[in-house]
Design a protein around this ligand. Structure first.
Ligand SMILES: Cc1cc2nc3c(=O)[nH]c(=O)nc-3n(C[C@H](O)[C@H](O)[C@H](O)COP(=O)(O)OP(=O)(O)OC[C@H]3O[C@@H](n4cnc5c(N)ncnc54)[C@H](O)[C@@H]3O)c2cc1C
Length: 381
């Protein structure tokens, strides 16, 4: 099976892809086992990505980024999917940088973005709390004005990149008497930050090399102008505005993973014999693979279109939600069917399909649970 070239690809993006492939082969894949046991990647890996200009490929060159657009980030996400890694939290890092690029002041961008593009700092976004995930309006974290400062108190959970994060965008209530209108996004620099604490490194059933942690904010003081957009109460609107980007990131990753699962499965069934012929020659295997290859193509065509639309500023929120729920449901379904074709070997960790199975499950939960995606879509009908 020929790996598809995305409809949005260009010779320049192909060159980037070759560079990213080399990065994954040299700097990520050899360490996956060690990182999985420990629960987080090496800090140095971020700096190496930064040196190559691939930590934030879609941020402007004036801030040290790759100077590209979403397609450049998509190349990095896809290559991660093709080596079946779920360790390097580049997607969340990119999401954080997008918020800064869109809402920070010129001076703040000059202060924060170069550190993120260099991989000197790792970015995290802290929305979810022990009692508030899908229903973001229920958050309890407060950021209350005190003179020139904001004082943040609260607890966040399930925070990707939290272990290494040098900059965290905290979703907090600046006006607790309001619902959505009382929410703001506040930047916390974690270095030497009194009252900021990393809690437990959470043990997950998959993506075990990627850090997911609890964060605690105990009277954390930040300058009042660390509210993104300058004014309080814009957080909910800003989150809604950025969601197509975040959701498409997940969709792009899902498609590459589906394609990789099919490649691995084809390779396996062609090499394996049962009942006097190769597994590939059994009718069930052929039908399974034919169906899955069709779905992979549908997913690729749809998501490629979404990528082009996002780059053109035309991707609407419901369509982005469609790409997120459908591709991640398919990812889980296809990997499960592929694993079945491996038989018992598919259940063994030494086979990448087993790890892909574990890693895939959360795609239907984070970035907005798939049920929430369907709510957003239904509201638009
Ligand atoms: C590995 C991992 C990494 C994560 N990284 C981050 C991160 O970096 N930053 C961050 O802020 N958060 C992060 N999250 C949190 C993630 O975004 C939330 O888990 C997710 O939004 C769901 O929230 P919840 O867990 O509180 O579940 P709940 O909101 O309690 O929902 C539970 C289930 O109820 C159903 N449900 C909820 N609401 C509705 C509804 N309105 N209609 C129909 N069904 C509904 C859905 O099936 C949903 O899965 C991460 C989570 C995981 C597991």
């Amino acid at each position: 099976m020929q790996r598809p070239t995305p409809a949005w690809s260009t010779p320049e993006l192909q060159t980037l892809r070759a560079q990213v492939t080399r990065f994954f082969a040299a700097e990520i894949s050899p360490h996956m086992e060690r990182w999985s046991e420990r629960g987080y990647i090496d800090r140095e890996t971020w700096r190496k990505a930064g040196q190559l200009g691939i930590a934030l490929p879609d941020i402007a060159e004036e801030y040290g980024g790759g100077g590209g657009d979403f397609r450049h980030l998509a190349v990095v996400l896809e290559e991660g999917g093709y080596v079946a890694e779920a360790a390097w939290g580049v997607a969340v890092h990119a999401i954080v940088a997008q918020y800064l690029a869109a809402y920070a002041s010129a001076e703040q961008k000059r202060r924060w973005l170069p550190r993120l593009t260099a991989g000197e700092w790792v970015g995290a976004i802290a929305m979810t709390e022990p009692g508030a995930g899908s229903d973001l309006q229920g958050i309890k974290t407060r950021a209350i004005r005190d003179g020139d400062a904001l004082v943040i108190n609260g607890q966040k959970t399930f925070i990707t990149n939290g272990w290494h994060a040098g900059l965290v965008i905290v979703v907090a209530k600046t006006d607790p008497s309001e619902g959505a209108k009382g929410i703001s996004l506040i930047v916390v620099e974690t270095e030497h930050c009194a009252g900021f604490r990393r809690g437990r490194l959470l043990e997950k059933i998959g993506q075990s090399a990627q850090d997911t942690v609890e964060l605690v904010f105990d009277d954390v003081r930040v300058p009042a102008d660390h509210i993104l957009g300058g004014q309080p109460g814009q957080g909910f609107y800003q989150l809604m505005k950025q969601l197509p980007y975040e959701r498409l990131i997940i969709g792009v990753r899902a498609v590459a993973t589906i394609e990789r699962a099919l490649e691995l499965t084809l390779e396996y069934v062609r090499s394996c014999q049962a009942f006097g012929k190769s597994l590939f020659d059994q009718q069930n295997t052929r039908f399974e693979l034919a169906e899955m290859a069709t779905e992979a193509k549908i997913a690729r065509t749809f998501v490629d279109r979404c990528v082009s639309d996002l780059v053109a500023g035309k991707l609407d929120a419901p369509t982005a939600c469609m790409s997120k729920w459908w591709t991640t449901d398919k990812q889980c379904e296809v990997i499960d069917r592929c694993l079945q074709l491996f038989g018992g070997y598919g259940y063994m960790r030494e086979y990448p399909i087993a790890r892909m199975y574990e890693d895939a499950r959360v795609q239907r939960i984070y970035g907005g649970a798939n049920e929430i995606m369907k709510e957003v879509i239904a509201r638009s009908l």
